[in-house]
Design a protein around this ligand. Structure first.
Ligand code: HEC
Length: 277
């Protein structure tokens, strides 16, 4: 009996190992640095102040090259996100010129942004984006955190799966932004920068962050690590705007199903108590 259990455990371990191996082998890049984000785990929630700081970093630094097509200004004031006040979100929107129209003469015109507008892209099209960045267009960052998860299962739910798949998603973004180093052997490549976390190591994005690139209103010192962490958390929210709600509903559902199971068990006992067995 004991032997059988040991054998079963061994097989299970081997299975998990085999599952994890391709994830480790798939990329050349270094495994992203571990960081305990507040929104990890089944109960994790976003840290509002962190999302607000991350928005500042995105707005002031990243948005000069990257678009965020799926973010609307009104989202900034919705529950489950940075939760700016509606007035603050309106003020952010009004700082951007949005192309609208055509008007009654058939002309396009610009006007200040409104809550319903999407965050404006820095380049009019992909060709322009490429031309301005040495031939590599900066990707839209709306879903980048999900796109770089590197694992099929939601890491943000299960710490156990995270053990096997390594760090990804926001941890990858954080490591990438704060992990630029000098290339080994003094090698250089035209228009490319060395980053051990990027698959293939040579990335067209120049190091976007330097200490005090933004000034945080809450007085948090704006180190490269801090800004990288905050903007990674912000991009995680942009990719999963309903995460908090999903977790809440999931929890209620489990609770409901648990109570229902108990109830059904009692019903079953009550019914079968009258039958001889
Ligand atoms: C000067 C322009 C520029 C700025 C500023 C910039 N990026 Fe980039 N970024 C790029 C380019 C170009 C690429 C494409 C790199 C490549 O494919 O080699 C890129 C790629 C990326 C990627 C994708 C990496 C991957 O795995 O494919 C992420 C994530 C990213 N940037 C995040 C950011 C964040 C966050 C900021 C702000 C802190 C930022 N970038 C600021 C130009 C920029």
């Amino acid at each position: 009996m004991k032997n059988r259990i040991v054998r079963m455990l061994a097989v299970a371990g081997l299975g998990l190992g085999l599952l994890a191996a391709p994830a480790q082998a798939a990329g050349l890049q270094e495994n992203a640095e571990e960081h305990a984000f507040s929104f990890e785990g089944p109960f994790g929630q976003f840290d509002r102040a962190q999302l607000q700081r991350g928005w500042e970093v995105f707005r002031q630094v990243c948005s000069s090259c990257h678009s965020l097509n799926y973010l609307r200004f009104r989202n900034l004031a919705e529950p489950g996100g940075p939760e700016f006040t509606v007035e603050q979100a309106k003020a952010f929107a009004s700082q951007y010129d949005i192309t609208d129209g055509p008007d009654e003469n058939g002309e396009m015109f610009t006007r200040p942004g409104r809550l319903s507008d999407a965050f404006p892209a820095p380049y009019p099209n992909e060709q322009a984006a490429k031309a301005a960045n040495n031939g590599a267009a900066p990707p839209d960052l709306s879903l980048i955190v999900k796109g770089r998860e590197g694992w099929y299962y939601p890491w943000y739910i299960s710490p156990v799966l995270k053990l096997f798949k390594g760090n990804g998603g926001p941890e990858y973004v954080r490591s990438l932004l704060s992990g630029y180093t000098d290339p080994p052997h003094g090698e250089e490549r035209e228009g490319l920068n060395y980053n051990p976390y990027f698959p293939g190591h040579w990335i067209a994005m120049p190091p976007p962050l330097s200490d005090d690139a933004v000034e945080y209103k809450d007085g948090t010192p704006a180190t490269v690590k801090q800004m990288a962490t905050d903007v990674a958390a912000f991009l995680a929210w942009v990719a999963m705007p309903k995460m908090e709600e999903r977790k809440r509903i999931g929890l209620m559902t489990m609770l409901y199903l648990g109570l229902f199971t108990l109830l059904m068990y009692l019903v079953k006992r009550a019914i079968w108590s009258r039958v001889e067995h």
